[in-house]
Ligand binder design. Structure first.
Ligand code: SF4
Ligand code: SF4
Length: 444
């Protein structure tokens, strides 16, 4: 491996929200007792939802596959424990729409059926490693939930020369990746080498925001052993967005409408890399992850290793419960996370955080008309005109919004954070993208 160290550059725009990470950053990852029941959602990846391959009453073992991919852009799902299939039903999804789930009633034995044998990644063919990553149901664990197998299968005309591991964790409050980097750095680095072998690349960087100096130190100490460059990144939201990360580490700009592979890069989250190591070297599919449970109302903010299918209510209880009533419960962080309406939503493969916000952490307001201050434009990392696009959306001129490149919005929330009129800019940008996609489908 070539181990150049990347000099991190500053991307355009960005903001400095209070990071609030000290609530949980010093808390070591804890494991939790086995639950009596897991509601394993089948909506755990971008793309086609997986299809259940078990039925009510079936006995299952831990790690046994319970759902198969519903298409190429999809990922299998495995049981988080042993027991029986109590039901195939629906649970509330994070977006308020019910999603199908397999209910596993635990038998308390937690007996594993390892569907795969451990591999020696160094002697294994890249195609076999890739196949295993697909079989293990690995998806992007930083939030995107894009099936990793698909990201590792660029078209033949796209020449990939750089793998970037995303350890930025720029969302305020979240510390799950930080703890993973401190507590299991070798798994991340080994996972990176496996990913690099599959992609056929020699150049690997890990990018970490400089507000995690201990993680930078930890991974830098392994840099020579693994031949992986480790770079401290400027603390600036959204430093962990793919295009901004690629620019910071390589100086390459991903053009509007293009993908990282168009500039020779593949980006994977550090937790995804660790899951790849477990799948390949230990034969373990993705059935658990580290999640930060935090926010003012939480009695004992920290980081927990939850199995998929753990209800949010149970996760909060395991974190000691609440000392005051939350006004908002968010899956993920405050900038890009999703406000949820039911505590029956469950921890999924991409569940990096459960954030409870109390009255002192939320500003309640009525949005005002745009005062044309231009702040949203100054801070947008994609150089979009969020304010004007928002006005176009209000007047339903989606054709104009498309001409203003609304589809390039990465929904980072930076514009809304900066807007003095508290305009619902992200909601408007999301609506613009939805309507533009609908218009494009109609034209086909
Ligand atoms: S920041 Fe808000 S008020 Fe200022 S131009 Fe943008 S939308 Fe308008
Ligand atoms: S949400 Fe979209 S428009 Fe707003 S700052 Fe982020 S990329 Fe720009």
């Amino acid at each position: 491996m070539s181990m150049e160290s990347a000099k991190a550059r500053k991307f355009d725009g960005g903001v400095h929200p209070h990071d609030m990470k000290s609530l949980s950053s010093s808390k070591a990852v804890q494991t939790v007792p086995l639950l009596e029941k897991y509601n394993v959602s089948l909506a755990q990846n971008i793309g086609a939802p997986p299809r259940p391959i078990v039925k009510k009453g079936d006995l299952v073992r831990k790690y046994q596959q319970i759902a198969e991919p519903g298409g190429f852009v999809s990922a299998p799902i495995h049981s988080p424990t042993s027991g029986s299939v109590a039901d195939i039903s629906e649970i509330p999804g994070p977006f308020g729409v019910p999603c199908p789930c397999v209910v596993i009633a635990a038998d308390g034995k937690d007996e594993a059926l390892s569907p795969f044998s451990p591999m020696n990644w160094e002697s294994e063919e890249p195609d076999k490693l890739k196949e295993r990553i697909g079989q293990a149901g690995i998806v992007g664990m930083g939030g995107a939930a894009f099936p990793t197998l698909v990201k590792l299968s660029p078209p033949p005309d796209k020449k990939i020369d750089t793998l970037i591991l995303n350890g930025a964790e720029c969302e305020p409050y979240l510390t799950a990746d930080h703890r993973l980097m401190l507590e299991n750095p070798d798994a991340i680095m080994t996972g990176a080498l496996i990913l690099a072998k599959v992609l056929g690349v020699k150049r690997i960087f890990v990018g970490i925001e400089q507000n995690k100096p201990d993680a930078i130190e930890k991974l830098s100490a392994l840099s020579g052993k693994y031949g992986i460059g480790v770079s401290g990144l400027r603390v600036m939201y959204p430093q962990g967005a793919e295009k901004q990360l690629i620019y910071a580490l390589t100086g390459r700009k991903v053009p509007a409408g293009a993908l990282p592979m168009d500039v020779g890069c593949v980006v994977q989250n550090v937790a995804t890399a660790a899951a790849v190591k477990e799948a390949v070297c230990d034969g373990i599919p993705l059935v658990e992850r580290i999640t930060t449970v935090t926010g003012g109302p939480i009695k004992n903010p920290g980081n927990w290793r939850f199995r998929i299918g753990t209800p949010v209510a149970k996760a909060i209880e395991l974190a000691g419960g609440v000392s005051s009533d939350p006004l908002k419960i968010i899956l993920g962080g405050p900038m890009m996370g999703v406000s949820i309406y039911s505590l029956d939503v469950t921890v999924a493969k991409n569940g990096s955080g459960i954030l409870l916000m109390g009255a002192s952490e939320i500003s309640q307001y009525i949005s005002d008309p745009c005062i044309r201050c231009g702040k949203c434009i100054d801070v947008c990392p994609m150089s979009l005109m969020a304010g004007p696009i928002s006005v176009m959306v209000e007047s339903e001129r989606f054709d104009l919004a498309e001409a203003e490149h609304a589809m390039d919005c990465i929904e980072c929330g930076t514009c809304a954070f900066a807007c003095p009129a508290k305009r619902p800019l992200v909601q408007h940008l999301k609506r613009a993208k939805f309507e533009i996609n609908a218009l494009r489908r109609k034209k086909r």
